[in-house]
Write a protein that binds this ligand. Sequence first.
Ligand code: GTP
Ligand code: MG
Length: 424
Amino acid sequence: MFIDDVSLTLIAGNGGNGVVAFRHEKHVPLGGPSGGNGGRGGSVIFIGNDGLTTLLDLRYQKRIAAPHGENGAAKNQFGKDAKDIFIRVPIGTVVHDLKSNTIIADVTKHGQEVVICRGGKGGRGNYAFKTSRVTAPQVCEKGEPGEEREVRIELKVLADVGLVGFPNVGKSTLISIISAAKPRIGDYPFTTVAPNLGVVKVGDGRSFVVADLPGLIEGASAGAGLGFQFLRHIERTRLIVHVLDMGTIDRDPYQDYLKINHELMTYNKKLLLRPQIIVANKMDLPHSEERLEQLKKQVKDVDIIPISAYTKTNLDDLLYQIADKLDVVSLDQFQETIQEEVVEYRYRPEEPPFTITKDDDEVYHVTGRMIQKFFDVTDFTIDENVKLFARRIRNLGVDARLRELGVKHGDTVRVLDFEFEFLD
Ligand SMILES: Nc1nc2c(ncn2[C@@H]2O[C@H](COP(=O)(O)OP(=O)(O)OP(=O)(O)O)[C@@H](O)[C@H]2O)c(=O)[nH]1
Ligand SMILES: [Mg+2]
């Protein structure tokens, strides 16, 4: 719905492989293990940056991959860790994992780092497997694969300026003449049902983004009208421009002003700390001047800018005042008045280490998080490593469980997508 929304694939680097090696010493046949560990794969990390306002940098990318870790080497040399990839994203960036359909990150602060895809750990070389009993291990691990995710990235920072006010006061009319936005405008309440965004350029070159929001009514903070969800959007704007109708006979601008502020405050007390400007609109209509004088007496602490969106009067003054106000509201100050906690979620399903099911052909099938993890780091071309894999899954309790299920020596068992003979 809003400014930006991009989908792409992010891939962390694989860990480097560990190796099997032995020191060569004269007269010592196996001079002690010396295979080093692989290095860590690079992670893909998002970092909040308040200088960015769009996801444009990501728009034309389909895939971003971090480098792999280096393999270990003989003489117990560790492979180098790969460099992480840092992707700068604007504040308000929300990252959805498309596969699990969950939100995995919500970047709300400058400098906030969120690891989106974790680099794979390096595999251990045979030096790491040396124990007092096994002095010449032949085993090593492959590096773990880096995480890969399909993500949808959405920018939720709505705008610099939010236009608020009762329905029909002229919010959409205003945005339609100060920006290129083309909202529906109508002589009846609730013409606008979803926010419209417009980029406004000021005469001196400054620019800002304005959101025209659906009108609020009394009780909006409790869910009346279209209220509640749009109050959330107001929360994400830096400056509130409060539009009042000065010309329509049956409206009392001051009461309107109080009511809307009451709704804002009920929704989030801190919203009243957000800077406001009052736009006294419809100054082309009769009696508006008297009402303006009246309003100026009633509201003393907020700037009131009289305009007519209809006759396009005094709009330049309004835009300069908005731009000046925005210049002095720091983003930090704005974030302090956001109600939500800084959230940083990662999807961690509570999966069991393994599960055993029976396939259609009556073969037992072992799958699961830990099995996959051990599988990924095993180089099955090396006998010793296959044995290590077998030992590891036995330690998880897989063999015992298979035996309970009635599997006998020599039976076929499927582990992930591969078939093994069960040796008891
Ligand atoms: N006379 C006069 N009429 C105006 C002015 N600004 C807007 N209007 C009229 O007021 C009516 C409502 O305008 P909108 O811009 O749709 O109002 P809104 O605040 O966006 O209303 P909602 O979307 O329902 O919240 C339209 O008929 C506009 O033509 C103005 O400065 N003077
Ligand atoms: Mg409107």
